[in-house]
Write a protein that binds this ligand. Structure first.
Ligand SMILES: [Zn+2]
Length: 111
């Protein structure tokens, strides 16, 4: 763990642009994870932001490798007579000619 700080720096500044400016992103994180991030930042004498960016870079690289060549499975095509009657909606109807989304929206609108 002697080069943890070097490794962190590499992870934080990874990418073509190097260390980039940060933007605020409001994300709800389980408090246990937040505590671990804070503890790690304390150990490495760095900011929580740097720890999070390093973790994200590492995780996103791993995901890129793992998902290389992967394609989402094609969406099932619903036959026209079973589609929601709202124009442009291609979901399957479930009640009163509407898909679940539009049926719920109509119910909410009616109160
Ligand atoms: Zn619909």
């Amino acid at each position: 763990m002697g080069n943890a700080k070097l490794r962190l720096d590499d992870l934080v500044s990874r990418g073509a642009a190097g260390r980039e400016t940060t933007k605020l992103m409001n994300v709800k994180v389980p408090s246990e994870i937040l505590a671990r991030i804070a503890a790690l930042a304390g150990k490495l004498r760095t900011s929580k932001t740097e720890v999070v960016v390093a973790i994200l870079n590492e995780g996103l690289d791993a995901a890129d490798k793992e998902l290389k060549g992967w394609k989402a499975p094609p969406r099932p095509v619903i036959p026209k007579d079973r589609r929601c009657t709202i124009s442009g909606c291609e979901r399957e109807k479930v009640a009163k000619g509407l898909c679940a989304t539009h049926y719920q929206a109509q119910r909410r609108a009616k109160g």
